[in-house]
Design a protein around this ligand. Sequence first.
Ligand code: SAH
Ligand code: SF4
Ligand code: F3S
Length: 449
Amino acid sequence: MTESKNSQKLYIETYGCQMNVSDSEIVVSILEDKGYTITEDINEADTILVNTCSIRENAEQRVWGRLDVFKQIKKKKPELIVGVIGCMAERLKEKLLEEEKVVDLVVGPDAYRDLPNLLDTTQSGQKAINVLLSKEETYADISPVRLDKNKISAFVSIMRGCNNMCTYCIVPYVRGAERSRDPETIVKEVEELQAKGYKEVTLLGQNVDSYNWDKGVENKSIKFSQLLEMVAKVSPKLRVRFSTSHPKDMSDDVLYTMAMYNNICNHIHLPAQSGSTNVLEKMKRKYTREWYIDRINAINKILPNCAVSTDIMTGFPGETDEDHKETLSLMEFVKYDIAYMFKYSERPKTYASRHLKDDIPESVKSTRLTEIIDLQIKLSAESKKADLGKTFEVLVEGVSKKSTEHLYGRTSQNKVVVFPKNNYQIGDYVFVEIIDCTSATLIGEIATK
Ligand code: SAH
Ligand code: SF4
Ligand code: F3S
């Protein structure tokens, strides 16, 4: 029995945000410790886990589609175990076991340490579920198994959950209350990554600016700006990124720390959601248009070369044409380099679903989204054109898909650059002068100086 268990092959598929990508690495670490081996071939798997997202209706639809596919595989291989983990597991709980004949196992984001036990239960033919949320769990002591291909850039989770309760958002319900991870374990993980040859880490949290570790020496609390500095000091050759910043909490301290350390990348993901104070109020984002603009002005003043990206949501309940125009004008003002743009999708349990009618017709949502996307295409192009003639330090991530004679990498601002290979290798830092651009990419040549 033990022998067969030790040769179990695990296939894992991940949807949703970077946090889920990071969680899948924790899950694999926990299961590898119990003898599971990872496979990339779904047909070879004894266990399939799908790490899921509930942020919008269509994120869940995609997972239902996958479950249909797993059901077909299971028809041919009845002993196959299928588990749903992550945010959708937390949201739907037993319903996943009841409604969908394919699912054997349901595990929420704070219960991954229980996975080996739960999988044992399923192997004896029973269904298993653990969707308890925790106030403490941060998986601080678990060393994630990196699933990325290039071994250059890694995610490091610094906190879990969210306390903000934006009225549209499911995250606080499926991820529980906010808790910060012990900074010593964060620095240790980053040091280990550096020792393995990683060149970049991205610190992850739903709102990194509210990171707060108050159990330090003499109860001195550690805030995000201090954590950022601790991580930046690990090595000047290790790039540090972070996501997501919340406009209501992003302090000048963080910006000054970024300015002090060359290896902290000049990029801030600062989701605006809307440019209208009326809408922001209904979303309970706890900032106004003016406050957001003040934060952008602070970034431009303290970090003149900093790129800013955003998330925009359109068609929130009650959003007027006037509100929509304010979103467009905010985008023009900030000149975002990148934006992730979504139609509002009502999520069960949220304040908005209980109190605000989803009253913007689908056709209006679509028209507004198209206008937002068209504007962003223009802004992204302008942001790239503004880089022509400039020289950037690029961290090489891989060989260009279009030509083996070219490499690609990112600037500190997180923009992708393609340039001639010469003798450079993945993981090198190269100074590249930008000579051209396409809609998605900067094109450069090796800088001569
Ligand atoms: N913690 C991050 C956001 C995490 S969710 C923050 O506060 O910015 C990622 C993005 O999904 C959000 O920024 C928002 O733009 C979008 N989103 C969240 N809930 C949504 C919903 N109900 N409908 C549509 N988009 C949503
Ligand atoms: Fe959701 Fe708001 Fe928390 Fe972001 S800050 S995860 S949008 S509740
Ligand atoms: Fe989705 Fe959960 Fe992330 S709902 S966006 S995977 S926190």
